[in-house]
Write a new protein. Structure first.
Length: 558
């Protein structure tokens, strides 16, 4: 594994290193993370956050947070606030450098006028459908708009009237005058401004024309003095347009560099699809622990360190691929293994009575808080006559190779004694197992030299245990690529009906002090996190990840 304290070499870092050494941009490095506030950030954004903020930190530069808020119809203050919180949680340091494309609306408008004056932009009356029809195809050239040859004076007048709100939505656009026959469709007179009579989350009703992303993006980079504008591969074909705008205006010219985006198995990362899951109530909200959003992962119990390590492990390339979900779980598990306190909990309780243990007696056994961290110390666990164990740790008729508890068999209780099953109490009407009766060997307390048995099981003292609700989360989809839907199908056809199971568990009393977002390893069961809705009298834990590491095993086979 890569040492996470060292920078990962990649082609983007090599470009920045070369520019830094040569003195390009005065040796200055400034990157930016530019989300559109139309949804919550997801794990794909985590890769970009780690890359942009990491490079800025390595080269003692700065990384700006800029909201590309050019579409008032889809953007909300709620999204802005969640994005800020997620970036801070993940470790992105933007200081007081929070910017908005809407900060630059006035300057962008003036630059659009400059393009018109240079006869490099014109007002077009074609509808959006007509613009699409005349644009052409990758193999066929487009056709000039009949309004392409308007005079500069007419365009200036119409554009001002657009700004003043004299026309309805969609009636006119401002388009760049480039080349309708260019092999790059993005250069075929792209729209710069469209009319939208909509209230903006920051500027209110001050504007009724809004810049398109391709127009606002490069100019915003220029205003902020961004040196390296890092974005994902789908913007590679947009780079000539990015460059054209900056060259026509003669302003500071950052360098756009593209890299591969993250795709994850069993996951959708389209904001449109994620929004649909929220709006249709398929999930609880944007921070549902089954969602691939950063807030959902935080609520599920993922640590920022684990998520950062995962993002760094992905590398940076020019080829889009797909990453196994199990790899993400590996890095989360690896970090939690070092940091999470161990506790005892029983998810599906089955009563076990030690018939030869004195009634009313309580003794305390020493339990290790974290075997990976000696400084974490130990804690006392109460041990009594009546215990809870996992239902799956007992079988009345065991199959071959089953070494846990069954009639006549012995097991060790974690940190406790060796016990032997003597009797099984069942409901006479249903046959349901109600109670297991065992005897304990007082000479086999854990830590003493004693005989060995083939299995150790966990437990909690019935009289001391506290009730907790545990939410067992699984993958949200049943197929590796839910984006690949055949025919007229819908991605929701792959939803996993077993993605959430809620059980009423019993846990050791120390969990009564758990606070939201506290992370634990429930011994033998996995890693769990106290949910944000946890409070005194109602403790709720989310399963973060199981102990089983399928990805690491797969890598060994490879």
């Amino acid at each position: 594994m890569h040492d996470n304290n060292l920078p990962l070499s990649n082609f983007i870092r090599d470009i920045i290193l070369k520019d830094h050494v040569s003195g390009k941009y005065g040796g200055r490095v400034r990157t930016r993370f530019p989300p559109e506030p139309n949804g919550y950030l997801h794990v794909g954004h985590a890769k970009s956050i780690v890359l942009n903020f990491g490079l800025a930190k390595e080269f003692r530069g700065e990384c700006n947070l800029r909201f590309d808020d050019t579409n008032p119809i889809k953007e909300e203050t709620e999204y802005v606030q969640s994005i800020i919180e997620d970036i801070k949680w993940l470790g992105g340091d933007f200081g007081d450098r929070i910017f908005y494309a809407s900060d630059y609306f006035s300057q962008l408008y003036l630059w659009a006028i400059e393009l018109i004056n240079k006869d490099k932009a014109y007002v077009c009356d074609l509808s959006s459908d007509q613009v699409r029809e005349t644009r052409g195809t990758p193999t066929q050239p487009g056709h000039d708009s009949p309004f392409r040859d308007r005079s500069v004076e007419e365009n200036l007048g119409l554009f001002e009237r657009m700004k003043n709100g004299e026309f309805p939505d969609g009636a006119r656009t401002l388009r760049a005058k480039i080349d309708m026959r260019s092999p790059n469709l993005n250069l075929r007179d792209p729209v710069i401004y469209r009319i939208l009579h909509a209230e903006h989350h920051r500027t209110g009703n001050q504007w009724c024309i809004y810049p398109m992303y391709d127009w606002a993006h490069g100019e915003s980079d220029s205003i902020e003095g961004i040196t390296h504008s890092i974005c994902t591969l789908e913007f590679e074909d947009h780079r000539p347009l990015y460059d054209w705008f900056l060259e026509q205006l003669g302003i500071f010219h950052p360098q756009q560099i593209e890299f591969d985006r993250l795709n994850l198995t069993y996951t959708v990362l389209s904001k449109r699809k994620l929004l649909r899951l929220v709006e249709q109530g398929i999930v609880e909200g944007w921070d549902d622990p089954r969602m691939p959003t950063i807030s959902g992962m935080r609520r599920r119990g993922y640590s920022p360190e684990g998520l950062r390590n995962f993002a760094r492990s992905l590398g940076v390339s020019k080829t889009n691929g797909i990453t196994e979900f199990e790899k993400l779980e590996y890095y989360i598990r690896e970090d939690l293994n070092k940091a999470a306190k161990r506790v005892m909990a029983v998810l599906r309780p089955l009563k076990l009575v030690l018939t030869n243990y004195p009634e009313g007696q309580v003794e305390f056994v020493e339990a290790i808080n974290n075997p990976e961290d000696a400084s974490a110390g130990t804690r006392p666990l109460p041990f009594s006559r009546e215990l809870w164990i996992e239902q799956e740790d007992f079988l009345d008729v065991p199959p071959k190779g089953y070494h846990r508890l069954y009639p006549g068999n012995e097991v060790r209780l974690r940190y406790g004694y060796i016990i032997k099953c003597q009797n099984v109490v069942k409901d006479p009407a249903t046959g349901e197992i109600l109670e297991i009766q065992c005897t304990y060997d007082p000479d086999t307390r854990s830590g003493q030299r004693t005989r060995k048995v083939k299995a150790t099981i966990h437990w909690v003292s019935a009289v001391h245990a506290i009730p907790v609700e545990v939410r067992l989360y699984d993958k949200l989809f049943t197929t590796e690529n839910p984006n690949n839907v055949p025919g007229d199908g819908d991605f929701t056809m792959y939803l996993n009906p077993k993605s959430l199971e809620v059980v009423q568990a019993r846990a050791e009393a120390s969990l009564a002090s758990a606070r939201p977002c506290d992370r634990y390893q429930f011994e033998r069961l996995g890693y769990f996190c106290a949910d944000r809705c946890s409070a005194a009298g109602r403790l709720v834990f989310n399963r973060t990840v199981e102990l089983r590491d399928t990805w690491a095993k797969l890598q060994k086979k490879i």
